[in-house]
Design a binder for this molecule. Sequence first.
Ligand code: NAI
Length: 207
Amino acid sequence: MRERTVSEAVIHRLPKYYRHLQELQERGVERISSGELSAEMGFNASQIRQDFNCFGGFGQQGYGYRVNSLLHELSQILGLTHVYNIVIVGAGNIGKALARYAAFPQEGYEVKGIFDIREEVIGREINGITVQNVADLPEFLQQNQIDIGVICTPKDNAQKTADVLTQGGVRALWNFAPIDVEAEKACIENVHLSDSLYVLSYRLTNS
Ligand code: NAI
């Protein structure tokens, strides 16, 4: 792993660059300047150059960026060249929707297990995977190397779930419960869908 200090803001812009470059590649665009990227993405050109400079540049003065090689670099920086094993805890609405998300395998995320606490859900199949009893999660984590734990439980059980996952060696948590879970030994992305909804209602209210 490359050692570097990169701000959270830059890290959160990288997926946007990646998606945009994928689109450019699909459109057959071979090279693009930071000015053109700026006009298309709404970030200013110097910010784009600074962001890429965090990772050593990639562009050439007067030429811009080669879309293919920038995409390749970004996929390496984002760690998209690996396959990540995932478990989903909580097989309700969100857990099921994520388990059925068809693009995960293509993008290198493999759902290895789904766990729930309710008898009526345990044993059901979701997208070819049988829901297991969450009581068996610690043993499952001992036997399988899991990279990412997805927390889709109600909020009262989310921290406990995070603890079980990290004690089992999971180093990344993707938390959908509406509390910010904490873990010393894991990186965490708390996903609060309602936050972007509140931004929309703010805009509707204040426009
Ligand atoms: P749901 O009620 O459909 O599913 C929750 C599932 O978790 C149930 O199947 C339940 O049996 C299971 N569960 C409860 N405790 C458990 C435990 N300790 N271990 C394993 N499984 C357990 O809920 P839904 O709609 O899927 O939402 C899941 C979570 O996501 C909730 O915390 C909800 O508040 C949150 N949510 C988050 C949103 C967001 O913006 N991130 C939007 C909507 C919901």
